[in-house]
Design a protein around this ligand. Structure first.
Ligand SMILES: NC(=O)c1ccc[n+]([C@@H]2O[C@H](COP(=O)([O-])OP(=O)(O)OC[C@H]3O[C@@H](n4cnc5c(N)ncnc54)[C@H](O)[C@@H]3O)[C@@H](O)[C@H]2O)c1
Length: 347
């Protein structure tokens, strides 16, 4: 690979693709080579707007030699098929969340990328929010002492018009409900802070929206290190998005990162750094213009570095799978009416 820039192919030119185009344009080491959408006008529009070649089927895009990294921004149920084909074509894979929707799909994506010797990165961009990075650094430095519990809260508003935008939204096969779609980022952060999850128990309901899957969910869990966890997730909040908040508590530290999308320090108290509290609270970020936040560009930059330095990306497939396994565990717990042990999440 002698080119200075890595060539990107973006598959799926819907809502979130704007963040992909923005990230690629912002990075000097990235170049958009090709785009693809099965809706012809979307592929054409993206191709013209961003100066790239447009395709209507992804196997055609995968034939291009100047595509090094494929980003997958199609309905969630289609991620695995496209990721496996991309890996087999020798492309590195950067896939939107949720990585996939079934355990066997998670496995075959990881295996296909391993066999092909390509990187598999999962887009959990909130890991790059400055406040989240500070929280993770505090955790790694042992500043919380013994962790007691953590909570992930997603209180958002998605009305009927949102679900009517595309037929895949809210479906069992292609999207899942608020757990699999909207709150998967926060579940990822929760499990990351807890060092994996051992077991889950949950309740879900389809309370207000006309969708196949849940629009409100609560769950409790036990982290691998013994700390407990709580998930509360809803797209039913009246009348607008309220918050996406991560709380982490330990013997010698309390941190709450809230705001619209886990972007703002609300609480920052550590036994070893009382002086820092005011600075952390003063540096509170403004809410981003949308719930997607600002993390895509940093995550794309990390993926490029991972390819160039031949190291794992910040959120590799093995890590991206854990949040999905937690959601699948909650779905199973709801179906069986009992706590469900998770084997995959403990690593
Ligand atoms: N990281 C985030 O914060 C974030 C935010 C929103 C969505 N997402 C994820 O991104 C994915 C897409 O969501 P969206 O809101 O952009 O959806 P969308 O419906 O707006 O866009 C999806 C696009 O994919 C196209 N498509 C479907 N099948 C295709 C195929 N086989 N080949 C090529 N194109 C195909 C559709 O025509 C559509 O234009 C989902 O997995 C979603 O969970 C992530």
């Amino acid at each position: 690979m002698n080119r200075k820039k890595l060539g990107f192919g973006v598959i799926g030119c819907g809502r979130i693709s704007a963040k992909h185009f923005e990230a690629i344009a912002a990075l000097p080491t990235a170049e958009l080579a090709a785009v693809c959408d099965v809706v012809l006008e979307r592929a054409d529009r993206a191709a013209v707007t961003h100066g790239a070649r447009g395709y209507y089927t992804y196997p055609e895009l995968l034939k291009r030699a100047d595509v090094d990294i494929v980003t997958i921004a199609t309905p969630s149920g289609s991620h695995a098929e496209i990721a496996v084909a991309a890996a087999q074509a020798g492309k590195h894979v950067l896939v939107e969340k949720p990585m996939a929707m079934r355990a066997e799909d998670l496995d075959r994506m990881i295996e296909a990328c391993r066999r092909a010797g390509v990187k598999l990165g999962v887009i959990h961009q909130n890991r790059f929010n400055p406040a989240v990075r500070a929280l993770r650094a505090a955790l790694e430095a042992g500043r919380f002492g013994r962790l007691t519990h953590a909570q992930a809260t997603v209180r958002w508003h998605r009305d009927e018009a949102y679900y009517a935008q595309a037929p895949w939204r809210g479906t069992k096969e292609q999207d899942g409900g608020v757990l699999m779609n909207q709150s998967i980022h926060n579940i990822d952060l929760l499990q990351w802070m807890l060092g994996g999850v051992e077991s889950v128990f949950g309740y879900t309901a389809t309370a207000l929206r006309p969708i196949e899957m849940e629009d409100v969910a609560v769950a409790v869990l036990r982290g691998a290190g013994g700390a407990l966890g709580v998930i509360e997730a809803a797209t039913t909040i009246y009348p607008r998005n309220l918050e996406e908040t991560l709380n982490v508590f330990g013997a010698t530290g309390s941190a709450v990162i809230g705001g619209l999308a886990i972007n703002r320090v609300e609480t920052w108290d550590f036994a070893d750094g009382a002086a820092e509290r005011e600075a952390m609270l003063a540096a509170r970020e403004a809410d981003p213009p949308d719930v997607y936040g600002f993390g895509h560009t940093a995550l794309f930059a990390d993926m490029i570095e991972a390819v160039l330095e031949d190291r794992p990306p910040a959120v590799p497939g093995e890590e991206g799978r854990k949040a999905v396994e937690i959601v699948l565990g909650i779905y199973r717990s709801v179906a069986e009416g009992r706590p469900v042990p998770l084997s995959g999440g403990v690593k």
